[in-house]
Design a protein around this ligand. Structure first.
Ligand SMILES: Cc1ncc(COP(=O)(O)O)c(C=O)c1O
Length: 378
């Protein structure tokens, strides 16, 4: 049967219905592929500022680990990620029996949500949001409620506390916040924890951008969550500051060994491949590389924010490797024009936020290209 025959084949009317929760899902907006962006922009050379990847690459030791003789692609990788969990115990202070490794932290979002949500067990999150939190909840038949950011681009702590009083099954938010940029400080996290009933509400604390947050203002969230006492998981990623987005490795720090067992059982067994495990171990061996990359990003972010503010544009203060810029007009045509200038960015698509562009902090040259294009389009 050729392709045409396959796609036009008649379907019997009595096929089983798709899972109603899955059928109702919106697609995740993963943005344009490089090839599509090149086609739409009519050029090959593109500054890729849409996916919050690390423009510095990764530590040299990672590349060595990926080509070293110790990597045996013909063997199944350790399903327990024993060496990586031990290294993360040393790195985070959380014991290995509370750590679960995922095929990217996105896999851990789904696994934690599978453990704790379902029909009638609903999610509370923020708006705008990292879409996967709501998508994973919806896929299980859970409802999703949102509290919008303040006009200043901050977390609406009063609004979140009021919503927590209704005792949702889970509060999920990213801090630092994708796509907005700020991180919760200790007093704000304290207020949320005081409002969340540990007997009824679990917390998914998504820290994919943890390493970018200013250490001077970063709350000791793990200690605060432990003191609070409910079910919680802090999710971290090797995709951002560590530069391993293409290898897919992230992890969940769980409130208890029992929750970690449940999260482990909620994922597939051989979920983290051998290259990803070796690369993450090598990355952890070189924290100085990561810290230098984060420092370079912070300096470029400040330079970009000042230049954009100089153009009269508003953006919330960011503790991440991106900026969320309010253009005060539909961001989609601006993003299309930026493609023609050789820059890929992410126009935000959630209702009420369509005037925002999310732009990753790139290399100095990439950022310059973006700023020059913005001046031209102003
Ligand atoms: C807030 C947040 N959480 C989780 C992820 C997923 O990251 P990964 O699966 O690459 O670890 C992302 C990716 O952009 C993110 O922004």
């Amino acid at each position: 049967m050729n392709r045409a025959t396959l796609s036009t084949a008649k379907r019997p009317a009595d096929l089983p219905a798709l899972n109603e929760h899955i059928a109702a899902l919106p697609p995740y907006n993963a943005g344009l592929s490089l090839a599509e962006a090149q086609r739409l922009g009519g050029r090959e050379d593109m500054a890729r500022l849409a996916s919050n990847e690390n423009p510095d690459g990764c530590a040299p030791g990672v590349l060595a680990a990926l080509t070293g003789a110790a990597l045996e692609p013909w063997r199944y990788a350790d399903p327990s990620c024993t060496a990586l969990r031990a290294a993360l115990e040393a790195h985070t202070g959380v014991t290995a029996d509370r750590i679960v490794i995922g095929n990217g932290s996105e896999e851990m979002i789904l696994a934690v949500i599978r453990v704790l949500l379902g029909p009638g067990r609903d999610l509370l999150t923020v708006l705008p949001s990292f879409g996967l939190h709501g998508i994973c909840a919806t896929s299980l038949g859970a409802g999703v409620a949102h509290v919008a950011m303040t006009p200043q681009g901050g977390f609406d702590i009063d609004g979140l506390c009021a919503a927590l009083a209704r005792r949702p099954a889970m509060l999920a938010l990213s801090s630092p916040w994708n796509p907005v940029g700020p991180a919760l400080d200790a007093p704000a996290l304290d207020r949320l924890l005081a409002a969340a009933d540990p007997a009824r509400t679990a917390i998914l604390f998504d820290e994919a951008y943890f390493e970018y947050a200013d250490p001077a203002n970063r709350p000791d969230a793990l200690t605060m969550l432990a003191r609070w006492g409910g079910h919680w998981a802090s999710l971290r990623s090797f995709s951002k500051a560590w530069g391993l987005a293409g290898l897919r490795v992230g992890y969940a720090l769980c409130s208890s060994p029992a929750l970690a067992v449940a999260v482990t059982n909620a994922k597939t067994p051989f979920n983290v491949n051998a290259a990803a495990q070796a690369a993450a171990l090598a990355a952890l061996d070189d924290p100085a590389w990561m810290q230098a990359s984060v420092a370079r990003c912070a300096a470029e972010r400040a330079r970009m924010a000042a230049a954009l503010a100089g153009m009269g544009l508003f953006m919330p203060p960011s503790q991440t490797n991106f900026l969320f810029i309010d253009l005060r007009r539909d961001a989609e045509p601006v993003a299309a024009a930026l493609l023609r200038e050789g820059v890929i960015v992410k126009p935000w698509r959630e209702p009420r936020y369509e005037s925002f562009l999310r732009v990753t902090i790139g290399t100095a040259a990439e950022n310059e290209r973006f700023l020059a294009a913005m001046r031209k389009l102003a």
